[in-house]
Write a protein that binds this ligand. Structure first.
Ligand code: BTN
Length: 245
């Protein structure tokens, strides 16, 4: 499958609460796969675990609607496909290479440049639809209270980047990588991801709602879960926040 799916239709809004719920709303109208919802400003941008996501003017805030033929357990692979595509695009357009931080962040040094929020809806062990929301601190100013943990492309390059160009190149890579993914070339995605994540062999602490696990990353499995070597043996991590030790 070589045709262009992603970005064949782009809905550009000036201001919206959040592009992810907007995407969900328009699904009722049988929107085609790969439709992109782009907003200049989000008034209620959301991150993982329902955290708020600051989305002022100047950032690149958008969601992509997908109908992948996978099971819900494989949903995290969509975040991996997206992370890889955004890194490749930023490398091509801006000339820097952010590092992927499991599960859904792109980092420059210790600061977050981009977050990805993948939401899936499933029935009978198949995914009905997935909405992949991508937030990139591009030309926006970083809120005062986030300055220690977030960074923008404008800060890194000391100049404004072309958001239009960056979006176009992200959609190009996403289209290529999503086609590979649809052809079940999961190894390609996994290998690319590992190249950009540099996480194997790192000592980390993962915190989720129920537990804290410390260990050394030994692998990432075929569904995108982390495999840690811990004092109690191998542990598989499905979700959580990672800190490097
Ligand atoms: C995270 O880091 O927790 C994910 C952040 C995802 C932000 C993007 S911006 C476009 C889309 N709309 C939202 O409200 N969130 C995602």
């Amino acid at each position: 499958m070589k045709e262009k799916i992603i970005g064949s239709k782009i809905i550009h809004l000036e201001k919206i609460s959040s592009t992810n719920p907007y995407a969900k709303q328009i699904l009722k109208d049988q929107v085609s796969e790969g439709t992109v919802i782009l907003a200049d400003i989000q008034t209620q941008g959301r991150g993982r675990k329902d955290r708020s996501w600051s989305s002022p003017k100047g950032g690149l805030w958008f969601s992509v609607i997908l109908y992948p033929d996978i099971s819900p357990e494989q949903g995290m692979l969509l975040t991996m496909v997206t992370s890889v595509s955004v890194v490749q695009a930023i490398e091509e357009v801006v000339g820097i290479k952010p590092v992927i931080k499991w599960p859904n962040d792109l980092m420059v040094g210790s600061k977050k440049l981009c977050g990805i929020l993948t939401e899936i809806d499933s029935k009978a062990n198949r995914i009905n639809y997935a909405i992949v929301g991508i937030g990139i601190n591009a030309n926006n100013d970083i809120d005062e209270d986030l300055k220690d943990i977030a960074i923008s492309l404008k800060q890194i390059t000391n100049s404004k980047i072309s958001k239009e160009k960056l979006l176009q190149v992200i959609l190009k890579y996403l289209n290529n990588n999503y086609n590979k993914f649809n052809n079940k070339d999961f190894d390609f995605i996994r290998n690319q991801w590992l190249k950009y994540a540099k996480i194997i062999g790192k000592k980390i602490r993962v915190t989720d709602d129920e537990r804290i696990v410390k260990g050394t990353v030994s692998d990432i499995d075929q569904n995108g879960c982390l495999i840690l070597n811990t004092t109690k043996g191998k542990v598989r991590i499905v979700s959580g926040d990672v800190e490097f030790l």
